[in-house]
Design a protein around this ligand. Structure first.
Ligand SMILES: [Zn+2]
Length: 392
């Protein structure tokens, strides 16, 4: 192959990936919109779309309900039958999801466990649920692989879980166990980092290339950073552990060994206790916090946690200069209960430059967030190089 030919192949590969990513993240898109978005000419787009269709990655259809003046532009969609599996081990359950290349969550199954699952048990449960869903969804499925969202530190290279404190997992080769149990290509990463990717591509952070995501769950605070449109991983893949940012130097000792981490100073359990709710009523926390009267124990606890969160966000804003901070779980509830106090606390304490344009918003994807984020991990290889998929 000449250098010129090689260059042409590389360019085609790049533009094919660009078009696939546009239909993957954007939903059904007309050919004329793809022409506009890419700056490529119509015949090039037609040929790239034809290529994706031949590989079974996209489908084309005539637009519905459009008046037929002139030639209608066909609508291109990513194939719902090309799927990725997601696996999320928790202390009391393993959740398995299956997501189409069109970004639609086709199924989500939460299988409860007797106790905290070991890594091998979680892999076995996931494989069993995947087999059930595979039988249910039928022979049209083309499976690209499995993405695992793990509540802990996961090494990017090889998916080794270094530490998942609430699961009690230390140096567990979870991706390898899942690959063995399912026979599929498997990757694993930190749950909040994957959630950040999901919110960036499909949720509250669409179109925003500098964002920080923070989630407050029953077992702590996780985080993920998107910088220049890409997930920030760090050397080992561990970046984004904002739950262990110092917010109170005379605070409590965290399970990580440090003192006064955000994760020890804010928490869902104390919000539930202050509002008189029990652990099973986390869904009602939002309303309870918003309705807590001024001066009540619940309102005072909200204000205390909002102030601690503002200290952590000061560091986040100064360190990453994001245009958007996306808050999920009970951190989203804190924002909804005291939006002005939180924003004022952040902008007052952060440096004037980075604090100027930062917005704080709630996460948008809800229960599907981890399923979508983990599936993105499994889709990554295909999205980067769709030309590697065989033609039908
Ligand atoms: Zn800590």
């Amino acid at each position: 192959m000449t250098l010129e030919q090689a260059g042409r192949v590389e360019r085609t590969r790049g533009t094919l990936a660009t078009v696939l990513r546009l239909v993957h993240e954007g939903g059904a898109v007309s050919r004329s919109e793809l022409t506009r978005a890419t700056g490529l000419n119509r015949s090039t787009i037609a040929s790239l779309v034809g290529d994706l269709v031949e590989r079974g990655l996209a489908t084309e259809a005539d637009p519905v309900g459009v008046s037929r003046v002139g030639r209608p532009s066909p609508v291109v969609s990513a194939s719902p039958d090309v799927v990725a599996w997601s696996v999320n081990p928790e202390i009391d359950a393993v959740t398995v999801g299956v997501v189409g290349l069109d970004g639609v969550v086709r199924r989500r199954v939460r299988r409860e466990t007797e106790g905290v699952p070991t890594a091998a048990e979680a892999a076995g449960i996931a494989a069993a649920v995947i087999a059930e869903l595979r039988a249910e969804l039928g022979p049209r499925l083309v499976e690209v692989g499995v993405g695992a969202a793990v509540p802990g530190l996961v090494r990017a290279d090889g998916g080794l879980v270094r530490l998942a404190p609430h699961l009690g997992w230390v140096d567990e080769p979870f991706a390898a166990l899942l690959a063995e149990a399912t026979g599929l290509l498997t990757e694993a990463a930190n749950d909040a980092s994957l959630a950040a990717v999901a919110e960036h591509r499909f949720g509250a952070g669409r179109g925003v290339d500098e964002l920080v995501f923070l989630n407050g769950g029953a077992s702590g605070v996780g985080g993920g950073v998107i910088s220049a449109g890409r997930p920030l991983g760090g050397v080992g893949g561990y970046a984004g552990e904002i739950g262990h940012t110092l917010v109170n130097s005379v605070g409590r000792v965290c399970h990580c060994g440090a003192t006064g981490c955000l994760e020890t100073e804010v928490g869902q359990a104390s919000l539930l206790a202050a509002t008189g709710l029990d652990r099973g009523q986390a869904d009602e926390l939002d309303t309870a916090l918003q309705e807590a009267p001024p001066g009540s124990a619940a309102r005072r606890e909200v204000e205390r946690q909002v102030d601690q969160l503002a200290v952590a966000l000061r560091t986040v804003v100064n360190a990453f200069d994001p245009s958007l901070v996306v808050l999920g779980g009970f951190l989203g509830s804190l924002l909804a209960a005291e939006p002005d106090r939180l924003l004022a606390g952040v902008t007052r304490q952060a440096l004037p430059g980075p604090a100027e344009d930062v917005r704080l918003v709630r996460a948008a994807l809800g229960a599907d967030r981890l399923v979508i984020g983990a599936a993105e991990l499994a889709f990554a290889r295909l999205l980067d190089d769709p030309a590697a998929a065989p033609r039908r």
